[in-house]
Design a protein around this ligand. Structure first.
Ligand code: SAH
Length: 244
């Protein structure tokens, strides 16, 4: 089945069952990959189950497949990282999400902070979330993830901090005294807090530190917002994850 297209579905997978592909994947299978009935594919439930499958119906209205045997898979990092990313402009955010998924992130929380320049009303916010969900799904299929990283609703940095008082969090902060690479291996899930184009303001930094986040640096250069989280993920996978 290597090379077969990989598709995340929104339901549980059981051998012998017939599943209807979600609309975005159905479109991809039919009009981009141009697969026909009987084509083989790999279906994933996003929580770790991976099965062989075969298309049984390809039509404008629906694309369906019959689920085959489960495939034995590994391929997920032991590191459970949540990226709490201050929303950046259009393509930068897309890039961050796509690459973070390739680098093994498990959860993404888009947050607004004082210097976030992107303003989203609720209608635009829904559209953005839908778009980001697509970017994440696509990156997860392409990079052969078996877990589909989750995307949380947009929240404020302060609300996230208040809701996660005990999460181990690294605040990516230019000029921080401790390099990320000198931190001890985290013993549980970790969050990465990455600022927007203009960085976090002093009050936010104080509140994050007050909430127990550890300020860490990624060297002496100031990285762009879209680079910082990705560099941090690579460092963490190399030190404590599955790059080694
Ligand atoms: N002028 C801003 C720079 C923001 S860069 C400032 O001085 O804060 C955008 C975000 O990327 C920062 O908020 C931080 O989270 C991260 N970042 C950039 N360079 C970094 C570095 N060398 N070490 C740690 N984090 C960094």
């Amino acid at each position: 089945m290597s090379g077969a297209p990989r598709v995340f579905v929104d339901c549980a997978l059981a051998a012998g069952a017939e599943v209807v592909l979600p609309a975005v994947s159905a479109h991809h299978v039919r009009t981009v990959l141009r697969l026909a009935r009987n084509a083989e594919l790999v279906l994933l439930d996003g929580h770790g189950a991976v099965h062989e499958a075969q298309l049984t119906l390809v039509s404008r209205e629906a694309v369906q497949a019959v689920v085959g045997p489960a495939l034995a898979v590994g391929g997920e990092s032991p590191l459970d990282v949540t990226l709490v990313q201050s929303i950046s402009r259009g393509e930068r955010m897309d890039y961050t999400l796509q690459k973070a998924v390739e680098l093994g992130v498990r959860h993404v929380v888009p947050v607004t902070s004082r210097r976030t320049v992107v303003k989203l009303d609720s209608r635009r916010e829904d559209r953005r979330l839908e778009h980001w969900r697509g970017v994440i799904r696509h990156a997860a299929e392409q990079s052969e993830r078996t877990l589909l990283p989750t995307l949380a609703a947009v929240t404020t940095l302060d609300a996230w901090l208040a809701a996660h008082p005990t999460t181990i969090a690294f605040l990516l902060q230019p000029g921080a005294a401790t390099p990320l690479a000198r931190e001890p291996r985290p013993q549980a899930a970790v969050a990465l807090l990455a600022g927007p184009e203009g960085g976090f303001d002093a009050g936010e930094v104080e509140r994050m530190l007050g909430a127990g986040a550890r300020a860490v640096s990624l060297g002496p250069r100031v990285l762009r917002t879209e680079t910082a989280a990705l560099a941090a993920l690579a460092v963490m996978q190399a030190l404590w994850g599955d790059f080694a």
